[in-house]
Design a protein around this ligand. Structure first.
Ligand code: AMP
Ligand code: MG
Length: 423
């Protein structure tokens, strides 16, 4: 960790701020200061969903482990194909998946075969049943049938000794099936990441308590819980902490003693940041940034003891935006994934004008929808206030507008990041 850099502050009302940290630079800095978990454990395959592999998965055999038919039809030897005119073959027997044809075929013979059945000895091709005419113990088919067709070869999917999945791969449903197809029932994965979080603010009250004048219910611990639960980390909820340096210090120390990562929300904006800075410079090494983004300008990042620390802004939308833009990738790296895939991002046409001042990257909340012509387009959610959590609840994407971009008329192509299916 480099020495903390305290960047001078200026009013949050300006969109252009020469002291602000660009989003990409902040991401790079964060990436350079992460220490991923090392501890590994062996888990039964199903329990490893969402975990990161700690060792390569090597194929112990070929998949499939024998040549087999890709179709219901007739297996034959292509030496019997007639160069012109129909080919007639005698049906010597039947092969079904799990019950092979015993013996080998002689010239002029074929075997009735079902999808997945082992190719009988001397057979190298399969003709689909739809292309065949059967009369008694004979069948015939016309020209146009080729040697080798409709056969799946041993090792076509995976070869013995092949690296099927590398260490650092996050296991998704298809991967569980792939590993199961090798007959492997246990995998070595990194231990779960432990993430502790708390909300800060004298105005916050918790569910179950009466809302007094000037108070708001703490919603950040619920969105954070949801986002963290989807990422498959262990969650430690430390509740609401008052804006009191002593209580904040206690919370940070408690979190650092039990978690790999600490997330707090609130208390890092210009007015509050001073005592947080003092506190954090005593407990660890933390940088305070104004990020050139909207929402989410204030952000703190660093270490408290051995734990990584993110001080997120307090505004409920800003919490989610900074989580998805910075914390998500950091958690994936800490979980053992060296190069996590970025959020799926695509270009699409925006059907309404967009309001934007140049100077900061904006993550506007949007709705991607199938338009009347069947093409997917985007429109912004009406209220883009960073405290309006409803905008996040309604949105299914961020419309990402570059720093230099200003107001846009309807009909412009824009970049959108998908929120659906986030893990
Ligand atoms: P702060 O960054 O602490 O100045 O907070 C910015 C705004 O977000 C204020 O309006 C706070 O009331 C609001 N806020 C902070 N924390 C929470 C929270 N946990 N739940 C809901 N609103 C919050
Ligand atoms: Mg506050």
């Amino acid at each position: 960790m480099t020495k903390p850099v305290f960047i001078p502050t200026s009013s949050c009302a300006d969109d252009y701020d020469p002291d602000s940290m660009p989003v990409a630079k902040a991401r790079e800095y964060i990436r350079d200061h992460l220490t991923p978990v090392q501890a590994k454990e062996c888990l039964p395959l199903r329990n490893a969903l969402g975990r990161v592999l700690a060792t390569d998965i090597i194929s112990p055999h070929n998949v499939p482990n024998h040549d087999n038919s890709a179709m219901d039809g007739y297996a034959f030897n292509a030496d019997d194909l007639q160069p012109s005119g129909p080919t007639t073959l005698r049906i010597a027997g039947t092969a079904v998946a799990g019950k092979a044809y015993v013996g080998k075929i002689e010239p002029g013979e074929c075997v009735r075969i079902m999808t997945g059945a082992v190719m009988p000895v001397n057979c190298d091709s399969v003709v689909m049943q739809e292309q065949v005419q059967q009369t008694g113990e004979y069948m015939l088919f016309g020209a146009g049938v080729r040697r080798g067709q409709n056969v799946r070869h041993a090792g076509e999917d995976l070869k013995t000794g092949q690296t099927v999945l590398p260490a650092g791969h996050l296991l998704r449903p298809a991967d569980l099936g792939l590993v199961a197809s090798l007959g492997v029932g246990e995998v070595k994965v990194f231990r779960r990441l432990r993430v502790a979080f708390f909300s800060t603010g004298d105005e916050l009250t918790s569910i179950g308590q009466t809302l007094e004048s000037g108070q708001v219910y703490d919603s950040n611990r619920y969105t954070l819980y949801g986002m963290l639960a989807r990422m498959g980390v262990d969650i430690i909820d430390l509740g609401v902490v008052r804006d009191d340096p002593q209580l904040l210090e206690q919370a940070l120390q408690e979190a650092a003693s039990c978690a790999d990562v600490i997330l707090s929300s609130g208390g890092v904006s210009v007015g509050d940041a001073d005592y947080m800075k003092q506190l954090l410079s005593d407990l660890g090494q933390v940088v305070f940034w104004k990020i050139a983004m909207k929402p989410g300008r204030p952000l703190a990042f660093g270490k408290v003891g051995n734990a990584h620390y993110f001080g997120l802004p307090g505004n409920p939308v800003a919490v989610m935006v900074t989580f998805y833009q910075f914390v998500r990738e950091a958690l994936l790296i800490l979980m053992g994934q060296p190069n996590p895939a970025p959020l799926p991002t695509l270009q699409t046409l925006c059907v309404e004008p967009l309001k934007k001042a140049p100077g900061r990257v904006e993550f506007q909340r949007g709705t991607l929808f199938p338009d009347h012509d069947g093409l997917w387009r985007v429109r912004p959610i009406g209220n883009q206030g960073s405290g309006v959590l409803r905008s996040m609840s309604e949105a299914n994407c961020f419309i990402v507008l570059a720093e230099a971009c200003g107001n846009l008329p309807a009909g412009e192509m824009v970049q959108v990041q998908l929120l659906e299916g986030l893990v």
